[in-house]
Design a protein around this ligand. Structure first.
Ligand code: SF4
Length: 329
């Protein structure tokens, strides 16, 4: 099983701190609530990163949140991003490859109960946005934040991408009641993509990033054949993967480099890629992918095809075809 050990994540965080890295770390998918090592659980990871002085955010599918909400809040987690792609239990199960919407909502209620700071992420799919208003209403009731995400393109899901892609602007214009959302100012970021943000009547937030503003103004991107499909900017995050490689690009495996000597993290300044990485650390967040497995396998609701960016990289997922085949029998 591939997993970033506690020793390796602490070594990366320590190196980052000692080299004036931006003190923001995101504990990212694959599913971080599955992480464990001997008696250590995810709450211990967050507590250790907070102790070092990081602002810590996390992305999770939320299926195990009811068990971890209290320990994450006690550890001082600054923000938990939860993936919630449909309000329909049946469609949610098909998208996640077998997940339970009831368990997710139970986890969210546990988080609300202990004042955990949470934000919801929803990947938009054409033909599956009728319930968006219902979700915005939930956000309004609980003063949460909903981030609408563009479907990511991957080479493996290129056909489905054509069928399912819908922009946040189009989805909102079809689903939201005119006048219900109040436009706040554009949040023009210094780095990364510009953000549009709306207020609900009871001060919940709905937001999305503008696809057209991903930054690609560098040599690597200018010669990249994936440029027209790539969604994030190069160097938006410094990603450390569970097998011990690191990258400034979310899509291309050939741009990931080995950054460990046993358990010790390092970025060599003797290598051109190392010098390029070192230049970025002061201005971008560290993103740690702890787990090489997920208990969900998110994809298209009427297909066994997955949209997860971590597919085909040696990580473990449940089989989607069982969920979809069952529905067709
Ligand atoms: S895939 Fe990576 S290298 Fe290519 S354009 Fe996107 S960020 Fe740049």
């Amino acid at each position: 099983m591939i997993r970033l050990s506690f020793a390796r994540m602490m070594s990366a965080a320590q190196w980052w701190k000692e080299n004036n890295g931006l003190m923001q770390v995101e504990v990212a998918a694959l599913e971080p609530l599955l992480w464990r090592e001997d008696g250590l659980r995810i709450g211990h990871v967050v507590a250790a990163l907070k102790e070092m002085g990081f602002r810590v955010s996390m992305t999770s599918n939320g299926s195990l949140l009811s068990q971890h909400a209290e320990s994450l809040r006690e550890a001082g987690l600054d923000l938990l991003r939860l993936s919630w792609h449909s309000m329909s239990p049946d469609i949610y199960r098909k998208i996640t490859g077998g997940g339970s919407l009831e368990k997710l909502v139970e986890g969210i209620r546990a988080g609300i109960g202990c004042s955990l700071n949470m934000s919801l992420n929803r990947v938009l799919l054409r033909g599956y946005t009728d319930d968006l208003y219902e979700q915005i209403d939930f956000v309004d009731q609980h003063q949460l934040r909903l981030k609408l995400l563009d479907l990511y393109w991957t080479a493996e899901s290129a056909t489905e991408y054509e069928k399912y892609y819908i922009s946040p602007e189009e989805a909102l214009s079809e689903s939201a009641i005119p006048g219900y959302l109040e436009l706040m100012q554009d949040d023009r970021q210094q780095r990364g993509r510009s953000r549009m943000r709306y207020l609900t009547p009871r001060r919940g937030l709905v937001e999305y990033k503008l696809k057209s503003t991903a930054k690609k103004d560098n040599d690597v991107c200018s010669f990249c054949t994936k440029k027209s499909n790539c969604l994030e900017g190069y160097g938006d995050y410094f990603r450390v993967f569970p097998e011990g490689r690191s990258s400034l690009c979310y899509l291309r495996q050939d741009l990931a480099y080995s950054t460990y000597d046993k358990d010790t993290f390092f970025i060599p300044d003797s290598e051109p890629w190392g010098r390029e990485m070192r230049k970025t650390v002061e201005s971008i967040p560290l993103r740690l992918v702890l787990e090489g497995r997920c208990n969900f396998n998110c994809g298209f609701p009427d297909s066994s095809s997955s949209w997860c960016l971590k597919q085909g990289k040696g990580y473990q997922f449940p089989d989607r075809s069982g969920v979809i085949k069952f529905e067709h029998q």
